[in-house]
Design a protein around this ligand. Sequence first.
Ligand code: Z5A
Length: 206
Amino acid sequence: MVKGKFITFEGSEGCGKSTQSKMLLDYLQKKKLPAKLFREPGGVVISEKIRAILLDKANTVMNKECETLLYMAARAQLVEEVVIPELKAGTILLCDRFLDSTIAYQGYGCGVDIKTISSMGNFATKGLKPDLTFFLDLDTEEGLRRRGSERDRIELRSLEYHNRVRSGYREIASHDPQRVIMIDGSKSKEEIFQIVKDALEKLLKQ
Ligand code: Z5A
């Protein structure tokens, strides 16, 4: 049934995934391929409203269960409204973050049970998994430096928290090397994009 390709970009703050996903979108569109880019949390009206709640610095009392469920709710809406129809239509769908983010941030970062996240993830995504995931691995302090002084609710968390998130991503990559391509985020934008482009071309030939 699914004709398109689903490609996600993951990593901790400032790792360069938004830059690379936009570069890839531009590259694919120049090749006249049907490509679209969405971000998580967000991408559609309801999910963007949930995003505003999640990132609001004023919501200091939000607990980890509420946070996890809200990320999943935003994802469920995006998958139903956009991801599945676009994949059925043959689109190369790029997504800046997906389920791996919840495993890394709420699971490894906040201590929410990972099996519970995976099972909720299955429910929210209807079992959909990316064909390919680029994980940009970058030193946490360097990433936060790149992001500058303006921080949202999640970015304001401790360095220890962000280090747990990064280790979580490394675990995810080590468990699923077929899907997840781990890239050294300290390389130049051009060097990283060459790796992204090569992997994408290989996927499109399959
Ligand atoms: N979150 C979660 O907890 N659970 C979930 O399930 C999901 C998300 C889906 C979303 O925030 C927050 O929600 C995020 C995780 C959490 N929070 N945190 N913390 P967001 O969407 O606003 O932000 P983000 O996803 O974390 O992305 P980002 O911080 O904007 O960074 P980025 O996309 O990785 O990086 P970038 O914007 O491409 O680059 C950052 C800067 O570095 C920029 O100035 C670039 O020009 C520069 N850059 C990029 N590449 C390079 C290289 N290679 N060298 C040097 N400089 C570079």
